[in-house]
Ligand binder design. Structure first.
Ligand code: AMP
Length: 294
């Protein structure tokens, strides 16, 4: 496995691989089962696999966790080696932003995608994500890039960028990988500090599963989204025996999963998205109303 620290090294490898298909899996490291599933998917789809590991400063707000984001680089590299991938792109911040992080050409995703959900509490976040992903595409020149459905708004932003800017990369997605408890696997879960916080974190997926159950109960008329979502959140939180003090809901919303526009009702094409804080950690998750129940 090669470790590319420079753009030049990536380009040289890409040239060597010629017409072979290359899949890129962009990550911020602290690799877990979710990332590994994306890599396995890549191995089925392409001849060469590159994983990028880069904690992208421009997608974090000043008060967010950029500096304390986990960076277990040696463990990550060992995992990648075990998986038999071809290369890891592990650039420094200076390699990606040689002229600094301000006064930079940025990709601005359309308002309808970013002026809602995570975009409201994280202004500038999706501009940072879209910009770094486009840079990674230009550096690595993959045929395919694989993203997780856990970050549904990010996936929608990337798909739209690729379409709007005619980027010659096929975007594939992988379903959310979960712990047995239902909690979506995430690099940030390692910062859940106590058994109570782990229990409180499970409320995120419990709310989504309950929304889906409620929506599927009424076969003919889809429930009005806003009413159904707030009543489910209240009901689930009321059952938590004190755990809900550790849990702060940021949003619980529904969008049409094709257009990503807000959904008025919980119809069969709706996706329900949630963000919440447990202790110091911000968790996000989502579920399609028609996903098959476990
Ligand atoms: P991150 O390192 O958190 O930026 O994630 C890198 C990629 O892995 C993104 O495309 C994420 O959507 C994806 N990913 C993260 N967690 C999961 C998960 N639990 N299931 C599936 N994909 C995931």
């Amino acid at each position: 496995m090669e470790i590319f620290r420079t753009i030049e090294a990536c380009r040289a490898a890409r040239k060597q691989w010629g017409d072979e298909t290359v899949a890129l899996i962009p990550t911020m490291g602290a690799l877990h089962h979710g990332h590994l599933s994306l890599i396995e998917m890549g191995k089925e789809k392409a001849q060469r696999i590159v994983v990028s590991i880069f904690v992208n400063p421009i997608q974090f707000r000043p008060n967010e966790d950029f500096t304390r984001y986990p960076r277990p680089v040696e463990d990550d590299l060992a995992m990648c080696r075990d998986l038999g991938i071809d290369g890891v792109f592990l650039p420094s911040v200076e390699e990606i932003y040689p002229d600094g992080r301000s006064d930079l050409t940025l990709v601005t995703p359309p308002d309808y995608l970013i002026r809602q959900l995570c975009g409201l509490s994280r202004p500038g976040h999706f501009e940072g994500v879209a910009t770094v992903v486009l840079k990674l595409f230009n550096i690595i020149q993959p045929d395919i890039a694989i993203f997780g459905e856990k970050d549904a708004q990010q996936l929608a932003v990337i798909r739209q960028m690729v379409k709007d800017l005619n980027v010659p990369v096929s975007i594939l997605s992988h379903p959310t990988v979960r712990e047995e408890s239902g909690l979506a696997v995430s690099s940030r879960n390692r910062y859940l500090k106590s058994r109570e916080e782990w229990e409180a974190a499970k409320i995120v997926s419990s709310i989504l599963l309950t929304v889906r159950q409620e929506a599927n109960k009424s076969e003919n008329v889809s429930p009005v989204a806003r009413e159904a979502l707030s009543s489910v959140a209240e009901k689930v939180l009321a059952q938590q025996n004190g755990l809900n003090e550790l849990f702060q809901l940021e949003y619980l919303s529904a969008v049409d999963r094709t257009t990503f526009q807000p959904a008025e009702t919980l119809h069969s094409n709706a996706k329900v998205l949630i963000a919440a804080r447990v202790g110091d950690i911000r968790l996000i998750d989502n579920l399609d109303i028609t996903d098959t129940p476990d």
